[in-house]
Design a protein around this ligand. Structure first.
Ligand code: VAH
Length: 309
């Protein structure tokens, strides 16, 4: 059985639905820090747990006979800058708890999300390679880089089957924009429909790697279903689909909502965005477990607007 920790988050929400479709609702236990009244909670088994409480996680694993954990709980980049100590604690110690359960053979497999936030201002910005300089300058990025080191260590030393993806900015219609710096690309759709205008917290030419949530979920399930011998990288795989600027996504939305306008008021998140790559080289993921994306800016915009209308 599968346990998703952080099932009410941006990725967790969609991941829960997709995994339940594949493995059956009763075989996918959703959990989060609080019981929200949403369809993840109401559509199948749900438990309230604190990702920082080892005993709570261990108890769930025993009671539900869990053999795989998807650990999706974390503070994202912008939120983490406001709560550095808690962000480090949550992002790191929840990972140690899950890694140690696998080390003790209580579970068989782990998925842990990393991020393009592991790259920093000294990383080559275009077509950022799998192996390169990584000096993350955000609390979130530092925690994700450290987490990658520990995943690889637990695999090499204790044989833990942990798999990870460096997600780009993710865009989805099923959860509201969160504490991510890339979440302007989610909010812009909501505001385009409700207000016909959007005040963007990044400058117009801020180019970032992005991906539609459907692709991100497909990649997550693909890497977890791949035979272990195909997973050559046990830190975390670069993954890419598209890159665009606020100007470009605004122009795409205007094709559907001609009266839409955008203004720019960069805030503290500009510095975070400027520290990240503009585009990512994900050749290893495409080679090792034949990853390929489906959605580009045009098809994503059509799908987002269709679901949010
Ligand atoms: C964030 N959406 O903005 C996340 C992600 C690459 C960005 O890690 O913090």
């Amino acid at each position: 059985k599968i346990l998703i920790i952080g099932a009410c988050g941006q990725i967790g929400t969609e991941l829960t639905h997709s995994l339940r479709k594949i493995y059956g609702t009763d075989n996918v236990i959703a959990s989060d820090i609080r019981k929200l009244n949403n369809d993840v909670v109401n559509s199948g088994p749900f438990e309230v747990i604190n990702a920082l409480d080892f005993n709570q996680i261990e108890h769930l694993v025993e009671v539900h006979k869990i053999d795989e954990i998807y650990l999706m709980a974390a503070l994202l980049s912008a939120t983490a800058e406001k709560n550095p100590a808690f962000a480090w604690d949550l992002n790191m110690n929840s990972l140690f708890h899950v890694l140690n359960l696998a080390k003790a053979k209580k579970i068989k497999k782990i998925f842990w999300p990393s991020s393009i936030a592991v790259f920093g201002p000294t990383t080559p910005k275009e077509n950022t390679p799998q192996y390169t300089i990584m000096e993350p300058s955000t609390v979130y990025g530092i925690s994700k880089q450290s987490g990658e080191r520990w995943c690889e260590y637990y695999h090499n030393i204790f044989g833990v089957d942990v798999r990870s993806i460096r997600y780009p900015g993710l865009i989805s219609y099923s959860s509201p924009p969160g504490g991510g710096t890339t979440d302007y690309a989610v909010d812009i759709f909501h505001k385009a429909l409700s207000d016909k205008t959007y005040e963007c917290f990044l400058s117009s030419e801020t180019k970032m790697p992005m991906m539609y949530m459907e692709d991100a979920i497909a990649a997550t399930i693909q890497i977890m279903q791949a035979p272990a011998e195909q997973i050559k990288i046990r830190s975390s795989y670069n993954l890419a689909a598209m890159s665009f600027t606020p100007t470009e996504i605004a122009a795409e939305i205007k094709k559907h909502i001609p009266e839409f306008t955008i203004t720019y008021e960069p805030d503290f998140r500009q510095k975070i965005a400027d520290s990240w790559p503009a585009s990512i080289d994900d050749a290893e993921a495409r080679k090792d477990w034949n990853w390929k994306h489906k959605y580009d800016l045009e098809t994503m915009t059509v799908d987002m607007l269709a679901h949010l209308k």
